[in-house]
Ligand binder design. Structure first.
Ligand code: HEC
Length: 194
């Protein structure tokens, strides 16, 4: 056997292990692909609605739209796919209804670590099959980067009139002080598996 045979095998094996996280199967991959597609749709609808509202009624009007439209779009996508949950969460939420559960919090903290070690925020995602009291579910999260347009309502200097309006609608708001490139939060999905 040539002398390089062993290290090469070891290399190939570790590459395989690295590219296949914990017991990945084709069905995991299929779940992930399909979930990504739905998230893309969700993100597109949110962005379109936000843009239209900003253009039509400025940031103060857009707050009202986000308040009503964001939860409605979440529900519509979840219903369309027949999934338990399609939503957004964050370590610092505006709407307490979006607060992370223990699993989501762990993934959000993991995203912060991965970002700190150099992974681009756009690439941060995590999918996992989780056992629950009601059976197996597929859980998936994808990080949401903070863009420039987000700073109007989530940044470090929010106009006083707008800040007042936000406080009225969201007395427990913690979703300010973000800077471009920060992880604003994440999309989150729960799919029942039968
Ligand atoms: C016009 C003001 C406005 C702008 C601009 C805005 N948001 Fe928000 N954002 C809100 C409001 C209001 C909510 C609460 C929605 C709700 O009640 O579910 C919210 C909630 C969120 C949430 C859900 C978690 C939470 O904090 O409750 C995320 C994630 C989020 N925004 C990300 C973004 C990103 C990313 C951008 C830029 C692309 C952005 N937002 C731009 C007003 C805004």
């Amino acid at each position: 056997m040539p002398r390089h045979a062993i290290p090469l095998t070891a290399l190939a094996l570790s590459a395989t292990l690295l590219s296949l996280p914990l017991q990945a199967t084709t069905s995991d991959e299929a779940l992930r692909t399909e979930t990504r597609k739905a998230i893309k749709e969700f993100a597109g609808e949110l962005k379109g609605t936000l843009k239209g509202a900003l253009k039509g009624s400025g940031p103060e009007g857009a707050i009202q739209v986000c308040n009503k439209a964001a939860p409605a779009i979440s529900r519509a996508i979840a219903e369309k796919y027949g999934w338990q949950k399609v939503g957004r969460t964050s370590l610092k939420t505006r709407n307490p209804a979006n607060a992370p559960d223990a699993w989501e919090k762990r993934v959000l903290l993991e995203f912060e670590k991965r970002k700190a070690s150099g992974e681009p925020v756009q690439k941060l995602e995590h999918g996992e099959i989780v056992e629950t009291a009601n059976g197996k579910v597929y859980r998936y999260m994808k990080a949401i980067p903070t863009g420039k347009v987000c700073l109007t309502c989530h940044g470090t200097r929010i106009k006083p009139e707008l800040a007042k309006r936000i406080k009225t609608l969201y007395p427990e708001d913690r979703a300010t002080g973000f800077r471009p490139g920060d992880i604003r939060g994440a999309f989150t999905v729960i799919r029942p598996l039968n």
